[in-house]
Ligand binder design. Sequence first.
Ligand SMILES: C[S@@+](CC[C@H](N)C(=O)[O-])C[C@H]1O[C@@H](n2cnc3c(N)ncnc32)[C@H](O)[C@@H]1O
Length: 343
Amino acid sequence: MNFADLDWRILDRLRSTFLQENFSPAAYWQSHRDLAQYHVTFGERIGWKWDAVLEELRNIEWAPPAGVDTLIDWGCGSGVAGERVLRQYPQLQRACVNDASPLAMEFAVQQIRRLHPSVEARPWAGNNAQGCVLVISHVWNELSTEQRVDLLKLASTAAAVLWVEPGTHDTARDLQTVRDHFRPAFDIIAPCTHQAACGMLSTGNERHWCHHFAAPPSEVFISSDWSRFADRAGIDLRSLPYSFLVAERRDESAPPRPDNGWERLLGRARMSKPYARVLCCGVNGLCDTEVTKRLHPEWMKVFKRGEEPRRLQITRDGTRATQIHPGPPRPAPDSEAESDDQG
Ligand SMILES: C[S@@+](CC[C@H](N)C(=O)[O-])C[C@H]1O[C@@H](n2cnc3c(N)ncnc32)[C@H](O)[C@@H]1O
């Protein structure tokens, strides 16, 4: 399916359903056509968030633990999240999809079989993710308290959890709380650069939330199809806020992860003429850091263009940055992973 076949009756219904507070997930997938329409539009936008997360994981050279070959995409919808993860990690040769909607599971299995013929794909309804990578995407807001508790129980059995949600204040702070809940048994891989308690959750930081912005592929901005879609759906294509969590079950026999002093930049830099303000998170908590034009003219340009690395090492005098060193550079796309199994 492509943009020429967009059906606005379906897309309008899906959009208004997503915006409702309480709705039944089973009700919004009424046919494969619904899922196909979602997949190339709203789903693809979610795919761009996953691209940003997976790029960050490549950047810090993280991959699922050795020997783990199974992915579970929980609340799979059209399967966009699981598919993006399979694309990056060829070691994952089994894909299990779960959803409240049997139609969604069917659709997601078909997508995976088409794009990754060598991967064994099937619906799944288990309650144990032992030895698996658990993928969760844009589902938290649809769950009752009881369902959330069950999902966390499932997550606590996984070998690794890759979780992406919208970048809203409440959802992001929920994910931060989940992060701290995982800490006793899991290493926190991203977005955090450290294993200490989440600084965002400490008193006084209630107004902040751990969120990030993904960039859509550049061709989207010159596509009349995407521009029409954005107008009609009331979406700003440039703004793709997301929150996320990547955690890996701790190997108690391995040495603790070293603290390399990196800090993670959150949200966007706030620019004024003499300085940029950047909210940074590290092992010592949050610091709203001032990067002045006088000391760091080159960094001011980087922040203005929105090209700053996600991780930095910063030396400060109070909250003013005196020295800034970039973390690992953003790598070129991994050609081996990208060419895997693309049908
Ligand atoms: C907004 S869609 C997101 C789909 C997909 N994960 C993505 O990122 O594009 C939420 C999905 O969660 C599913 N869902 C909602 N409640 C669920 C539950 N209790 N168990 C399993 N799936 C659920 C819905 O059927 C729907 O497919």
